[in-house]
Design a binder for this molecule. Sequence first.
Ligand code: ZN
Ligand code: ZN
Length: 363
Amino acid sequence: VAEIHDVRRDRLRAVLVARGIDALLVSSLVNVRYLSGFVGSNAGLLVPAEAGRPVVLATDGRYAEAAQLACPDLEVLLERDTAPGLAALAAQRGLRRLAYESHDLTVDQFRAVQEASGDVERVPGERAVEALRAVKDVEEVSALRAACAAADAAFADVLVLIRPGVTELALAADLEARMRLHGSQAPSFETIVATGPHAAVPHHRPTDRPVADGDFVKLDFGATVDGYHSDMTRTVVVGEPEAWQREIYEVVRAAQQAGVDAVAEGVLTADVDRASRGVVERAGWGERFLHGLGHGVGLEIHEAPALGSGSPGVLAAGMVITVEPGVYLAGRGGVRIEDTLVVPPAGAAAERLTLTPRDLLVL
Ligand code: ZN
Ligand code: ZN
């Protein structure tokens, strides 16, 4: 496992060298985990561009032993204020051009880093680690696959509970408990269970509203395995669906398939959005598709790349993304269908990691 982090740091070093940067001060805990394997609530990492120089993991005394165990090949600096501690070390060691994670440091932390590193030149890191994280390695895909499998299994367990009278909060609690029993460490995000008119709210928070006959029930949830998230949405109908329900369900199902079919190496993210959104627009519901098509998933539930009409960027093989079109009719209900999938190498079809069927389920 130590090897994989070294491979990742090598990829980062190449980026730093190309940009003429002497070292990156990593303050994002997720990025620290990605590059070192260390998991804790207070940590930082100094990665020099030059391969021969030591990589330094900073954390506080609570994690002294854990840091040694997780990262035997790294130098450990015990320091409560990790970012300025590493910045001072960079200055001491003659690293003259220091990149920092401007999207992560607070203003106070940045001031402390400035003070600690004196006349070192400081430059924004431009999300260098996030860009690397967008393309997953084999270990990451297997963790993501396991997270998706836990969510699939939990959904199958919970289906029998979706019936008139059960509340959104109770269903959310059951889903989360079942995910844990299937190997999830924690929910990926606040589980969404939206019944009836609530299904028209894309990110509804569960309430004590009970399921009623004729409701759409939209469930958006994820499991976490080894820090990696899954993300899936399914929408079911309780009781015999009305014509409008069948209609918008079929439109969203077709739009989701069109989006998945458009996923390929080298395709613009905006074009995947367009392929899916076009199906919704041609059916006349374009105005009711209220969000972007999807997002990258990994150590964070939302990460690079974004898939929206205005998103820049190109898909690369090994990216793990969601495709999640929706149609939302205020006061009536809504449908979203979302899968997590892997961008395939040239010539292959995208692989869904969430495998729950997508046909309209009438409960
Ligand atoms: Zn989701
Ligand atoms: Zn999502």
